[in-house]
Design a protein around this ligand. Structure first.
Ligand code: NOJ
Ligand code: CA
Length: 700
């Protein structure tokens, strides 16, 4: 649709004493943003329908050689309104509305110029800094970003610790915003006291339930060539941006001005409203005009994977139990092809794996072009091609970035030659600030996982992958800030505690219901749902193969199915083993049928940290799918079908827990029922403790 752009060139700058303020509202006029200079210092504040969202908060950036934090005067400003629709290549909705009011403010102090752009949408606000290239400045080295978010001590955050060893792979803590600290986390969730590097801060998206009952999510959009933002508590409800530094302490390095990512605050009266926001994608760009991404196709895949990380019956490294061997892969390919999947992930195919490979950031570097002896890439790719199954490639870097970058192009070429379309990448390195970077003088520096160095690495990978028509699914990634709009081949990523932890450790029963309100707000997740064998699945070791009675996936089969609808991902994995699916082929039918590309998303109902139900419409038919999950609490939910077309009849297939299903005591019990349904109907569904349900609603 053609862009509707109204530029309101002249408007009045209000004056009160020597302070000046400017303000704009959201298109629906409910959100109000005010910017002002108080004694030359920039501040912003936000409210929604007269409820306070952000109290007066400072803005600005300190550079190594100059400051852009005070002594400002406004040298100009303008406003515009944008209201246009755009169509993502794939996604949760067919058409996305991008409607906002924008305020551009041009500031200057005695050192430099800085422009601040605010956008106010109906579902939140965003702002960014732009420091233009200026003749008298040769380096733009950021030492501190001063952006604040002034809340109240009574506001509560659902958060994971930043500057901590396991990147984003943590359970969520719930506390006052003032209590975000490693100390609090260590008391309540997991001991981090030994991990003393870095400051106390939380990752974004940071979800906050305000004392006035508003829900907000603080995050960033369009993170390119900058350090990723964390949020640090400063007491009395005040939060401040903290950027991951380079090893020399500089946060962001540039020689040509600064164009910061958007700082975003999604705002809603309800938890469901937060889940319904497209603000992050709206703040990203479309692909460049000469770039064709029509080759990017969403899909579903299985994998030679859970048998290493979950059941522990095979190894990634060469051994008599090596998982990625030709015979095994052919069997998986046959099964995946018979059941209509698109891909098969194969991990442990390349040289460099050994039992202690994991986590130190040192050790034997991986090869990305040489296969181990019992893996024949050409033969398997040809076999797969005949059966319409492509291998999903795997690049575990172990966090050895330079080793990976040196091989990147050759690695992509190899996959290209063999018809591989998707690569799962991995960056396991379980030590804080431990990404090895050898500089031009041969010195070894240790970088954080989420600083500018790594942001730029992920960017390099995605751009080169696009050249080779490859999609990337990153594990241990940089968080999603909506770049999949401009680079649709950045198709999915992990970036939270996923299912894998239920394999080798546990996520507990309440983590799965925290994710929709936190991690999922940033974008698609490769959670890897669909485990059917929920207990007695894990061996103590691949050699002895004694069942570990204590290992459980704290879920139910009904919930595992629901996750395909609740957790959006354009590449979805059916993570369990063929032998486990074969025991429950009727339930497996749902995984086979559920789409991965949607035209509509409706958050039917949710309660923060308790439960959520989501309905999605298939992009390629009139069929709908509904998923609902609950935390440890059993509940009865009434599903209203008013989202269906009033003029049509539908067949409803319900995959639900039974009366005696329980995540701990009886997790694999489910029932499947069918009936006709119309839009005026309602149905009550019982969710077991830790359980869930999935509906397939087929247009008749
Ligand atoms: C961690 C990833 O999340 C997991 O999926 C992968 O199997 C291992 N690293 C090995 O690469
Ligand atoms: Ca991981």
């Amino acid at each position: 649709m053609k862009k509707l752009l109204i530029i309101i060139a002249a408007f009045i700058i209000m004056s009160c004493d020597k302070n000046k303020y400017l303000s704009i509202k959201s298109p629906d006029e409910k959100i109000n943003l005010k910017f002002e200079l108080i004694n030359g210092i920039p501040y912003y504040s936000v409210n929604k329908s007269n409820l306070e969202v952000i109290n007066n908060s400072r803005m600005g950036i300190s550079f190594k050689e100059f400051d852009l934090i005070e002594n400002f005067k406004i040298i100009g400003s303008n406003k515009e309104n944008v209201n246009k629709n755009w169509t993502p290549l794939y996604g949760e909705e067919n058409i996305i509305r991008n409607n906002y009011n924008e305020l551009n403010i041009f500031l200057e102090n005695n050192k430099s110029k800085i422009n601040i752009t605010f956008r106010v949408f109906d579902d939140g606000i965003a702002f960014k800094y732009q420091v233009p290239t200026q003749k008298h400045i040769s380096s733009y080295y950021i030492v501190d970003e001063k952006t604040e978010f002034n809340l109240s001590s009574k506001d509560s955050a659902l958060w994971i610790p930043a500057f901590s060893y396991r990147r984003y792979e943590f359970l969520y803590a719930y506390s006052s915003v003032d209590d975000i600290s490693k100390e609090f986390y260590s008391k309540k969730v997991e001991n981090l006291t030994y991990d003393s590097l870095g400051i106390n801060a939380a990752h974004t998206p940071l979800t906050i339930k305000k004392d006035n009952n508003l829900f907000i999510s603080i995050h960033e959009a369009n993170l390119i060539d900058y350090s990723s933002m964390t949020i640090a508590p400063k007491g009395e409800g005040k939060l401040e941006v903290e950027l991951y530094p380079w090893s020399d302490g500089i946060k962001v390095k540039s020689n040509k001005g600064i164009n910061s990512p958007w700082r975003t605050i999604q705002i809603s009266n309800s938890s469901s409203g937060l889940l319904n926001s497209n603000l992050i994608l709206n703040l990203n760009d479309d692909p460049e005009e000469d770039k064709d991404f029509s080759w990017v196709k969403p899909g579903k895949y299985m994998g030679v994977w859970w048998e290493m990380i979950g059941t522990n019956e095979s190894t990634w490294w060469p051994s008599k139990n090596h998982g990625a061997n030709n015979d095994k892969i052919i069997k998986y390919m046959d099964f995946a092809s018979d059941h209509g999947f698109d891909g098969l992930l194969v991990e442990g195919w390349n040289k460099g794996w050994y039992p202690e490979w994991c986590c130190s950031g040192n050790g034997i570097p991986f090869s990305f072009t040489e296969s181990v002896d019992d893996f024949d890439i050409e033969m398997l790719s040809e076999y797969g091609a005949k059966k319409d199954i492509f291998i999903v490639g795997h690049h575990e870097t172990g966090g050895q970035i330079q080793n990976y970058e040196n091989q990147l192009e050759d690695a992509f070429k190899l996959y290209n030659l063999n018809g591989i379309k998707n690569i799962k990448t991995g960056y396991v390195n379980d030590v804080s600030k431990n990404i090895k970077r050898i500089d031009e003088n041969g010195n070894i520096n240790r970088e954080w996982h989420h600083g500018q160095y790594m942001v730029n690495h992920f960017q390099k990978v995605i751009e080169l992958a696009a050249k080779y028509k490859l999609n990337i699914i990153t594990h241990e990634p940089i968080k999603d800030t909506g770049l999949r709009r401009k680079y649709p081949n950045y198709i999915s990523r992990e970036g939270a505690k996923g299912q894998e932890f239920n394999g080798f450790w546990t996520n507990g029963v309440n983590h799965a219901t925290d994710l929709p309100f936190t991690r999922m707000l940033s974008g698609p997740m490769d959670y890897t749902p669909g485990i059917f064998q929920l207990n007695n699945f894990r061996y103590d070791s691949p050699e002895t193969k004694n069942i570990d009675k204590g290992a459980i996936v704290p879920s139910t089969i009904g919930k595992e199915l629901a996750l395909y609808v609740v957790y959006y991902s354009p590449m979805q994995m059916a993570a369990d083993l063929p032998k486990h699916y074969s025991k429950h082929l009727e339930a497996f039918e749902f995984i086979k049928n559920v789409p991965v590309d949607w035209s509509e998303r409706i958050i039917l109902d949710s309660e923060f940290r308790e439960y959520v139900t989501i309905a999605r419409k298939d992009k390629n038919s009139g069929n709908w799918y509904v998923g609902g999950i609950t935390n440890e609490n059993e509940r009865n939910l009434k599903i209203n079908f008013s989202f269906l077309d009033m003029k049509k009849d539908y067949k409803l297939v319900m995959y639900t827990d039974t009366e005696d299903t329980h995540w701990k005591y009886n997790p694999m019990k489910y029932q499947i029922r069918q009936q006709k349904i119309k839009s005026e109907d309602t149905i009550n569904i019982n969710l077991a403790p830790g359980g869930g349900f999935a509906f397939e609603i087929i247009e008749l």
